[in-house]
Design a protein around this ligand. Structure first.
Ligand code: AMP
Length: 254
């Protein structure tokens, strides 16, 4: 089984994002970026399948500006065999939409045979949660989203999915699209020797233009704003003072 894994370069989850003064997006210059955390989980699962001999090759894919190569090198250090960078100019990278990414994935799969696409359940920058369903729809492949357990079973994958109030176990025939949920596994760290070895692993670069992918946006961001500032709390001396306050504010009936 050959697995194609999506790794998106996003602002690191530990960074407190700040909105640009003109409210057109968030500040990304000079800000730490990393692999989208759910993509690290998807990658870890693919690498584990390779270690169990259930997968034969793991190829990491990233679409975006030139700096995507950094996350692809990290993916190679964490166990991917090869990497593919679909490059778009920096100016277009922040406007990329899930449909553009899904179309790029389709082109890669048309050029080279893959049995599965593993993605994160969502990218933490745009929280779109669309790419998995879009690529499954475009390719007419079954999808197993929000996976918390993956067991290879011949021409199938048995996938346990986290759903509201429980677990849903399904079997999908390969080729299939899978998206990783938080509890699927704990991704490994890249060790120094593996970081060094990753420098020699193949990283193929193609432009979106080469693939004939039009990255014209279909949506326009009207405004990005900070969440409302939380009001400072106050202290009350006792329960009756609390009840009086709640009545004053209209939270309970007088
Ligand atoms: P989204 O639909 O944007 O929430 O993204 C869902 C998943 O699709 C991510 O967790 C990645 O695995 C993959 N993905 C989205 N955008 C990209 C990208 N530009 N490059 C590589 N993978 C991506």
């Amino acid at each position: 089984m050959r697995v194609l894994v999506g790794v998106k370069r996003v602002v690191d989850y530990a960074v407190k994002v700040r909105v640009k003064p003109d409210k057109t997006g968030v500040i990304t210059e000079g800000v730490q970026h990393s692999i989208n955390p759910f993509d690290e989980i998807a990658l870890e699962e693919a690498v584990k399948l390779k270690e169990k001999k259930a997968a034969t090759e793991v190829v990491a894919f990233s679409m975006g500006g030139p700096k995507c190569q950094e996350v692809l090198r990290t993916a190679l250090a964490k166990g991917a065999d090869k990497a593919i960078h679909i490059e778009v100019p920096d100016a277009d990278a922040s406007k990329l939409e899930p449909l553009h990414v899904a179309r790029a994935l389709k082109k890669i799969i048309e050029n080279d045979k893959f049995d599965a696409v593993f993605l994160g359940k969502q990218a933490i920058d745009d929280d779109a949660n669309q790419t998995g369903s879009l690529i499954a729809g475009i390719l007419d492949w079954p999808q197993a989203l929000y996976a918390s357990k993956v067991e290879p079973d011949g021409k199938y994958l048995k996938v346990t999915r986290e759903i509201d109030g429980g677990l849903d176990t399904i079997k999908v025939s390969l080729p299939a699209v899978l998206s990783a949920d938080l509890r699927l596994n704990e991704p490994r760290y890249a060790t120094l020797p593996n970081i060094m070895k990753a420098k020699k692993k193949p990283l193929e670069k193609k432009s979106a233009k080469d693939l004939g992918i039009d990255v014209t946006p279909q949506t326009k961001v009207l405004e990005v704003s900070e969440p409302p500032v939380r009001q400072a709390g106050g202290f009350v001396d006792d329960v009756s003072a609390l009840i009086t306050k709640l009545k004053e504010k209209g939270f309970i009936k007088a």
